[in-house]
Design a binder for this molecule. Structure first.
Ligand code: PMP
Length: 459
């Protein structure tokens, strides 16, 4: 099929409905159409290079078109692309499950595959609910609610949206959702009235404990993004917060679900974020980085305690009736095995820790700019909160879309990053070189400076 670049642009506007996108404004601009990738760079159809400061939506680990990952994919495709896990098994899904059981914390050992982060969350919620029903449906008949944090984001399917708390994304679907109970998120920067980080932590934990004291009989599970709430604008949790959440879940008989979809596979400086607080959830969700950004794959891993509750004779009806057509897909599982092997061989996690320190130094320079209110970082996960006034922390109004302008200026200078509300977010390719991280921060600095020059209202 032959086509011109102009035709591609036109067909994109005519036929593709983009996610999370107001299409009316999208079609007024020329789309950025990516054609190739190499290392930390993406290349558009005109051949222009961009640093991938967003790791192609937080997934890319070793860089684009990694020769070893490419060969792993070729090797597998010569054997088979897909067969089903319904009634049969396949080699890569067995080997990957064994590996995931080895590298995840504690006694997590039973892997349920799916294809997206949302599905891995959906599965975790269904397992948590059914777990209590399978153990004792009389005693636990009321356990059907979930707890999650304010501003929580766990995906876009209806179950995942039910445990979500982002008004902009989730409000419209409210009538379709099951009940969740929100607890405050420890968003220290915006909780002046509560106090410092430690006081904010204690405040949020107290709210959780009070809730559990009265409601635990109705709660099947608590779902949380460990260490950082990504989509909420990189809200970093105070040290010790997650550990206390775990303790409270245990004390009040509530299953703990850690959603490691965004933070897993090295992003925060350990292979899994919950390791940093020695937390072992009952259920853990993984996706994004699991295949290094190559194939859609997700996994929900549970402890033996959870899994064993699903064992029984057919008449006991304990089976987990859930499964997707591409569950355990061979291409995806084989690339995930290679991805993990390379993370280990290349000592990527250690490398991320070293780079994160340098990154933090580069980022601190951004405080020279008057509209940079807060910089939050864990590993290679960064949020820069933009404010109109540093003292009052007032944000720009919807009529002053400065954050989006910064993103677009950065793009024109060859860097792809994105905004989440008033926050500029950076999630670089995990193997990005130190000098590329520096370059990224330099571009962000220049872009903010340039955007400020258009605003007379900056104080
Ligand atoms: N959980 C978290 C924490 C996420 O950040 C995301 C996606 N950004 C999801 C779940 C959903 O993953 P997916 O987009 O693959 O469905």
């Amino acid at each position: 099929m032959s086509y011109t670049n102009k035709q591609l642009e036109q067909w994109d506007k005519e036929y593709v409905w983009h996610p999370f996108t107001q299409m009316k404004s999208y079609i007024q601009n020329n789309p950025l159409i990516i054609e190739k990738g190499k290392g930390s760079y993406l290349f558009d159809i005109e051949g222009k290079a961009y640093l991938d400061g967003y790791a192609s939506l937080w997934v890319n680990v070793h860089g684009h078109s990694d020769p070893e990952l490419n060969s792993a994919l070729h090797e597998q495709i010569e054997k088979i692309a897909h067969s089903t896990l319904l009634g049969s098994a396949n080699v890569p899904s067995i080997l990957l499950a064994k590996k995931l059981a080895e590298i995840t914390p504690g006694n997590l050992s039973k892997v349920f595959y799916s294809d997206t982060g949302s599905a891995s969350v959906e599965i975790a919620l269904k397992i948590a609910y059914q777990y209590w029903q399978n153990i004792d449906s009389q005693k636990y008949k009321h356990k059907k609610k979930f707890i999650s944090l304010d501003e929580a984001y766990h995906g876009d399917t209806i179950g995942a949206v039910s445990v979500g708390g982002m008004d902009l994304f989730h409000r419209i679907f409210q009538p379709l959702l099951f009940e969740r109970i929100a607890i405050p998120s420890p968003y220290t920067y915006r909780m002046n009235e509560i106090g410092n980080e430690e006081e904010v932590k204690q405040y949020c934990l107290k709210r959780l404990e009070e809730l559990l004291q009265t409601e635990s009989e109705h709660i099947a599970g608590l779902i949380i993004e460990p260490l950082v709430q990504g989509a909420a604008g990189m809200i970093t949790q105070p040290h010790g917060f997650l550990k206390e959440v775990e303790r409270l879940c245990r004390a009040y008989d509530v299953l703990l679900i850690c959603d490691e979809v965004a933070v897993g596979f090295g992003r925060t400086g350990t292979l899994f974020a919950c390791e940093q607080e020695q937390v072992v959830p009952d259920i853990m969700c993984m996706a994004k980085g699991i295949t290094g950004g190559y194939m859609p794959l997700a996994a929900t891993i549970t402890s033996d305690k959870v899994y064993n509750a699903f064992l029984g004779n057919p008449e006991e009806h304990k089976t987990f009736y859930h499964g997707h057509t591409y569950t355990g897909n061979q291409l995806a599982c084989s690339i995930a095995i290679k991805n993990i092997e390379l993370i280990e061989q290349r000592e990527l996690v250690k490398d991320i820790q070293i780079k994160a320190k340098a990154f933090s130094q580069y980022l601190s320079k951004l405080y020279e700019l008057p509209i940079v209110g807060d910089i939050r970082q864990r590993g290679l996960m960064v949020g820069i909160e933009i404010v109109k006034n540093r003292k009052s922390k007032e944000t720009f109004s919807v009529h002053e879309p400065i954050v989006n302008q910064i993103i677009m200026i950065a793009r024109s200078k060859g860097l792809i990053i994105r905004e989440l509300g008033p926050v500029i977010t950076m999630m670089p390719v995990l193997a990005m070189k130190q000098e590329e991280l520096q370059q990224m921060v330099d571009i962000v600095y220049q872009s903010i400076e340039e955007a400020i020059s258009h605003y007379t209202s900056v104080q």
